[in-house]
Design a binder for this molecule. Structure first.
Ligand code: ZN
Length: 127
C-alpha cells in the first residue's frame, strides 16, 4: 500500500490521471503522496494525527476493494510549513486553489470541505 496509481479503483484511476495531467499542464508539478492504505496503515495515521476517520476512502472500497482517493501536493508547497496550507484557499499558497479548482472541475470531492480541511485529498463521488 502506498502511492502507486495501481492501488486506485478502475473508475477512479482515469479521474486521477486527468487530475495529474491537468495539474501538470497548469504548472503545479503535482506530487502523489498517497493512494491506497490498509487498516493498519490507517490506524497509524489516526494515531499520528494525520487522519481522523476510520472510514477513509483510501481504505479498500467495494466492489474492487481498492482505493477511491488520492492525495496530491503541488511541488512548490512541499518545502513550506504546513505545505503552504493556512486554513483557507484565500490565505494559502495559490497552487492549492488551482489544484482544488481542477479536481472539482473533474467531479471529484476535495478534502478541503472536510471538518479538518485536507486540500490535497480528492475522492470519487458515486453517481
Ligand atoms: Zn487523502
Amino acid at each position: 500500500m502506498g502511492r502507486d496509481l495501481s492501488e486506485l479503483a478502475s473508475y477512479m484511476l482515469p479521474l486521477a490521471q486527468d487530475l495529474l495531467r491537468a495539474a501538470t499542464d497548469a504548472g503545479l508539478d503535482p506530487v502523489v503522496e498517497d493512494t491506497g492504505r490498509d487498516e493498519a496503515e490507517q490506524q497509524v495515521k489516526i494515531a499520528t494525527g494525520v487522519s481522523w476517520t476510520t472510514r477513509s476512502k483510501h481504505l479498500p472500497q467495494p466492489p474492487e476493494m481498492k482505493s477511491e482517493a488520492i492525495d496530491v501536493v503541488p511541488r512548490a508547497c512541499i518545502a513550506l510549513k504546513y505545505w503552504g496550507w493556512n486554513g483557507t484557499i484565500e490565505n494559502s499558497h495559490p497552487h492549492w486553489g488551482k489544484l482544488i479548482e481542477i479536481g472539482e472541475g473533474l467531479g471529484l470531492h476535495c478534502g478541503v470541505h472536510f471538518p479538518k480541511p485536507d486540500p490535497g485529498h480528492f475522492q470519487y463521488i458515486h453517481p
